[in-house]
Design a protein around this ligand. Structure first.
Ligand code: STX
Length: 314
C-alpha cells in the first residue's frame, strides 16, 4: 500500500534561464492558491520524478518541483560549469521570485537536506518550515563513510563493482580516482565509471535491496548526471568554506519549525548526522523510523513525511 497522495499532473511547467549556460526545469502542481512548498531533490545530480509531487495533499498545497543544474530535464545535461551549491541557492531564489512566492515550506532528503539547510541558513525569512529526510551535511566523515570505507563493510557484495572500476594503486582515494574518469575524455570509461558510482548508491539506498532502483541508477543518462555532479560537489567539499559549515551556521535557522525523518538503517547517510543536527537544533522534531534505510520511497519514511506535511499544512 502506498501512503502517498494520488499521482497528479502539473498545472504549469517551464524553463527558467538562470545564466548564459543553464536552463532550469520547474513545475507547479496541486492548488495554485494553496500553501507553497518547494521540493529539493537529492544527489546532487538526482533530478525529480512525478512521485515527488505526492508528499502533500494537493488540495492544500501549491507544490513546486525543479531539477537542479545539469539534472533531470534541466539543460545542458550533466554540465559541471557554473554548477556549485551557491548557484543552486541563487536558482531557488530565482524560482521563488519568478513564481511571486513570499515564503515556502522547504522539503528535501539526502543532498536535498544539505541544500535545504543551506538555503534556510542564507534566507531564513523565506522558509516557513523545513521537512528533512536522511540527513547529509557533506562533512568529511560522511563522504569517507560512503565513498571510501564504512558502508563497504555492510554491502561488500555491491562494493565489488565500485572497487573494481578503479585500479588498485588509486584506491586510497576513490573520489579523486572517480573524478578523473568522470571528467576525462574517454567516453566509455566515463560511462562505465558513472554506472559503477551510481549503482553503488542505488544498491545501498533501501533497507531491502530494490532491483527497480538499481535499474534506474544503472541507466546511462541518469548515471552520467548523478555521478558527475555528485563527484564534482564532493571533490569540492560542497563548495563550503568550512568542513562543518551547516552546523557552524545553524543558529540562523533557530526560529524555523523543523522535522527530521531518518531511517535507522540508512547506510548512505547514517543516523549520526540526523542526531548531530537534532542536538544542534533542540526544538527540531526527530523521527527515527526503525525499519527503514535511506530512500524516500520506504513506507515508514513516507508515513512520517506525510504526517509532517499534514501537520504544517495550515
Ligand atoms: N548522496 C545522497 C543522495 O542525495 C550522497 C541520494 N542518495 N541516493 C539517491 O540520492 C538516489 C535515490 C537518487 C540513488
Amino acid at each position: 500500500m502506498s501512503l502517498l497522495f494520488p499521482h497528479i499532473e502539473p498545472n504549469n511547467h517551464g524553463f527558467l534561464k538562470v545564466d548564459a549556460i543553464h536552463e532550469i526545469y520547474y513545475e507547479e502542481s496541486g492548488n495554485p492558491d494553496g500553501k507553497p512548498v518547494i521540493f529539493i531533490h537529492g544527489g546532487p545530480g538526482g533530478g525529480t520524478y512525478p512521485a515527488n509531487r505526492s508528499f502533500w495533499n494537493p488540495e492544500d498545497y501549491r507544490i513546486i518541483l525543479f531539477d537542479q543544474r545539469g539534472c533531470g530535464k534541466s539543460k545542458p545535461h550533466a554540465c559541471l560549469e557554473n554548477n556549485t551549491t551557491w548557484h543552486l541557492i541563487e536558482d531557488i531564489e530565482k524560482i521563488r521570485e519568478h513564481l511571486s512566492i513570499e515564503k515556502w515550506q522547504v522539503f528535501g532528503g539526502s543532498w536535498g537536506s544539505t541544500l535545504s539547510l543551506t538555503y534556510a541558513i542564507k534566507f531564513p525569512e523565506r522558509v516557513s518550515e523545513l521537512v528533512l529526510r536522511g540527513i547529509f551535511m557533506l562533512r568529511p566523515q560522511e563522504l569517507k563513510w560512503f565513498y571510501q570505507e564504512g558502508a563497504s563493510h555492510i554491502f561488500p557484495d555491491a562494493w565489488v563493482a565500485y572497487e573494481n572500476n578503479i585500479p588498485e594503486e588509486e584506491r586510497g582515494d576513490y573520489i579523486s580516482a572517480y573524478y578523473k574518469r568522470l571528467t576525462g575524455d574517454d567516453e566509455s570509461t566515463k560511462l562505465a565509471s558513472a554506472k559503477a558510482w551510481s549503482i553503488w548508491e542505488g544498491s545501498t539506498s533501501r533497507l531491502i535491496t530494490d532491483q527497480n532502483l538499481i535499474d534506474k541508477t544503472a541507466d546511462g543518462h541518469f548515471a552520467l548526471s548523478f555521478a558527475r555532479i555528485e563527484c564534482h560537489y564532493f571533490i569540492n567539499k560542497g563548495f563550503f568554506d568550512s568542513e562543518t559549515w551547516i552546523l557552524d551556521n545553524i543558529n540562523e535557522v533557530k526560529g524555523i519549525p523543523v522535522t527530521i525523518v531518518q531511517g535507522r538503517y540508512d547506510v548512505v547517510c547514517p543516523v549520526r548526522s540526523a542526531w548531530d543536527l537534532s542536538k544542534a537544533l533542540p526544538e527540531a522534531e526527530l523521527k527515527i523510523v526503525e525499519d527503514a534505510g535511506h530512500s524516500a520511497a520506504e513506507e515508514g519514511i513516507i508515513a512520517e513525511l506525510v504526517a509532517a506535511t499534514e501537520k504544517y499544512k495550515s
